[in-house]
Design a protein around this ligand. Structure first.
Ligand code: GLY
Length: 412
């Protein structure tokens, strides 16, 4: 082969090599979309009642559904809105609207903080991707319901109602969990739609209180903080779904990251951006983060010296479960953060890596044992012995959202 032929070959091959390297990270190829659509076809062929919402699999592989008051009730509709957005298929819009509108009464629900998840993921996406303008008032009503849980002294929205900690003695009267950062998007949206700033003010106040009390110096966070509603003092910092009170429950870190990125989206206040970057750095550079960037269910579960408060037997987990849902939430949040941060390159690279991992056979369903969801290997709550190493509708939701968000970035 002479020199000129060699140069020509390199000009043809080199760009291909580089584009291969970057393109593998964005995985909405025809094959991937066909697989995802196949899984949803399977689900829609047996799930026809929109008040029985697909959440996970039972041990025998059958679909497990939940009612409309379950905290995960909005994700299936949200998944259908994302699929409609990705494919443009009108029948998916019809399905998405059907599963959304079954949640109608949730807009008046103030029994816990999850109304944000339930309504924003369903109606919020219907407004955004389905142009359903009539959904606006539902979002505003839901924001009103959520704000009923706000306490001016605690400067926070109450997550759960009264309950006891794992020790069986400590009582929580005003527990706020990090997950609650995810409900703020509903409040910001409601302010934009209604031009009434009161929802946004509550969201900002809640976020500031969370920054102050949920976070440690290394930007990891507690799961639960309990408040005195008269003095506003912190009464307890603890976990409910993590390994120990002082550990970092993986999905909690992801909820926090996502929530602070959303706060920056709506306020453009740099303190929220800087805070989100610090959380992202904690996650990406965590010493216990596996190479594929899909975390164990808790970042500290491998750390000697930490002892769980509840009855945890490591022998039951020879392979420490990963949490694909935490990875999917993190991935989606990192894509948005990459759009704001001067550190775009690093966050985009990490998000691409997670998306690539979740799109690989190691995490993606085989279509046989798991016929109804996209991802395997998520964890609901190990302390509760619930939903360990299973598919979850919210893992799929944030995975689809990450797919959509990944599209916005042009890669050379
Ligand atoms: N928001 C409940 C959970 O993350 O498990």
């Amino acid at each position: 082969m002479n020199k000129i032929t060699q140069v020509i070959i390199w000009f043809i091959i080199l760009p291909g090599l580089f584009s291969c390297k970057t393109k593998t990270s964005v995985n909405n190829s025809k094959k991937e979309m066909a697989f995802i659509m196949g899984q949803f076809e399977n689900t829609l062929s047996i799930a026809t009642d929109p008040t029985k919402i697909p959440r996970t699999l039972q041990k025998d592989g059958a679909l497990k559904t939940v009612g409309i008051y379950d905290w995960t009730s909005g994700f299936f509709a949200g998944n259908l809105w994302y699929l409609y957005h990705l494919t443009g298929e009108e029948r998916l819009k019809t399905e998405a609207a059907k599963w959304t509108e079954a949640l109608d009464t949730i807009q008046y629900y103030s029994g816990n903080h999850d109304v944000g998840f339930m309504i924003n993921c369903s109606y919020g996406n219907g407004l955004k991707y389905g142009n359903k303008l009539e959904y606006q008032h539902v979002l505003i009503n839901a924001a009103k319901s959520l704000c009923k849980r706000y306490n001016v002294n605690a400067k926070s929205i109450k997550s759960w109602n009264y309950r006891k900690a794992w020790d069986g003695k400590t009582e929580w009267f005003f527990p706020v969990i990090i997950d609650n950062m995810m409900n703020l998007e509903l409040l910001f949206e409601a302010s934009t739609l209604s031009k009434d700033d009161s929802y946004k003010k509550i969201a900002i106040q809640h976020a500031e209180t969370t920054m102050k009390n949920h976070y440690r110096n290394d930007f990891s966070c507690y799961h639960v903080v309990d408040y005195d509603t008269i003095t506003g003092n912190v009464l307890d910092k603890a976990t409910c779904q993590g390994f120990t009170d002082e550990s970092s429950w993986a999905r909690g870190q992801a909820w926090g990251l996502y929530g602070f990125v959303v706060c920056y989206r709506y306020t453009k206040d740099k303190k929220f951006l800087g805070f989100a970057e610090n959380i992202a750095n904690y996650i990406i550079h965590n010493k216990n983060m596996p190479e594929d960037l899909v975390p164990y269910w808790d970042y500290n579960v491998k750390d000697a010296g930490l002892k769980p408060e509840w009855n945890y037997n490591p022998a039951n987990y020879p392979e420490i479960p990963r949490d694909a849902s935490a990875a999917a939430v993190t991935c989606s949040a990192l894509y948005e953060l990459a759009g704001y941060s001067e550190n775009k390159g690093e966050y985009l690279k990490a998000a691409d890596r997670i998306l690539q991992s979740l799109s690989s056979p190691a995490y993606q369903a085989d279509g046989v044992k798991n016929k109804y969801f996209i991802l395997n290997h998520s964890v609901g709550s190990i302390p509760h012995g619930a939903e360990i190493d299973v598919p979850l509708n919210y893992a799929d939701y944030y995975f689809l959202e990450a797919l959509v968000r990944s599209e916005r970035f042009k890669r050379q």
